[in-house]
Design a protein around this ligand. Sequence first.
Ligand SMILES: NC(=O)c1ccc[n+]([C@@H]2O[C@H](COP(=O)([O-])OP(=O)(O)OC[C@H]3O[C@@H](n4cnc5c(N)ncnc54)[C@H](O)[C@@H]3O)[C@@H](O)[C@H]2O)c1
Length: 360
Amino acid sequence: MTDTLRCAIVGTGAIAHAHAKAIAAYPHAQLVAVSDLSPESARAFAEEFGGPAVYDDLDSLLAAERPDVVHVCTPPVAHRDQSVAASAAGAHVIVEKPPAPSLEELDDMRAAAARAGRELVVVFQQRTGTAAAHVKRLLDDGAFGRPLIAQCQTLWYRNAAYFAVPWRGKWETEGGGPTLGHAIHQIDLLSFLLGEWESVQARLWRLDRETQTEDASTATVAFAGGAVASVVTSAVSPRETSSIRIDTQRATITVDHLYGHAHDNWRITPAPGFENLAAEWALPDVEEPSGHAQLIRDVYDSLRAGTPLPPVGTEPSRSFELVAAIYASAAEDGAPITPDRLASHPTHRRGFASPVTDRR
Ligand SMILES: NC(=O)c1ccc[n+]([C@@H]2O[C@H](COP(=O)([O-])OP(=O)(O)OC[C@H]3O[C@@H](n4cnc5c(N)ncnc54)[C@H](O)[C@@H]3O)[C@@H](O)[C@H]2O)c1
């Protein structure tokens, strides 16, 4: 058991605050160092979070501090090089979603962590919370019968001004549109609950916004367990929701929220004839919402104990592959993409630029 984890953060912007708060909340971790392209940002951040050392760049931080864990909170284009450097310096890496701008870059990150014998965790915090854990356990145990049909919606609203920021909505600088940037969270929760995927057919749409990427996408995902899901993503939806619905042989399970869920967001409705099981399926009395702190706490517990990562920290690539498959299918006019095809895809392991059908 490692006593206190010495932690570092690279990239001290918006989401780094959630990481620093999670580190502060964990009794056996200390934020020892931070680094950012902007020294002012790093210094102000360090002042807010207990005065960790500030470094001009990650390499000098790694050489001087030898941290146990590096939290990579920079934009995706920087994730590969920073994660690989942190792994090579012997640190575990906790990297923000999306893990990288391409599958090839994620491959490099995973290989570097494996070479170093260290963990690589991607922050998909929608998997956390007592409700998601409960529903996953019941699905895995077969308590709901077979999952049959599912819906996964990320219907958000981003106005023209949002897309007017120069790096947004462009393949070169954002890597993808809302399917990659926004929907990956709900797609991750869907695949956390339903497991391995078998095929994806998808289209990309430009419905209203001034973007090079999509502002909406529609996809059909077949899961290896038999379920079929409709995955709809939009940045043009005034009444916003992030929601998943899974109809199984014995129940309908729904979660409706926006950026995070607690028990109130979930509902389990028994099928006719299965009402007597509703009490067994009830969410546990002890409630914890989804969030960064929960994921980081559970991952830290396993790092300190030297035990395998908890489910909230495994499968760093599955939802990213689903997103990649949506883009790859769209590039072939909606043809089915399987995991095997994606594994050796001639273009979409390197990036996601794909044709978008313009309907403005
Ligand atoms: N899990 C979530 O819910 C969630 C929410 C928001 C953002 N994110 C992800 O977190 C990451 C960061 O997003 P953000 O909103 O915090 O962005 P941000 O722009 O607020 O912060 C990024 C910081 O990284 C710094 N930076 C950029 N390039 C760097 C480099 N090469 N080396 C060192 N520092 C560098 C910038 O100066 C900035 O301070 C992205 O991958 C984003 O998708 C995740």
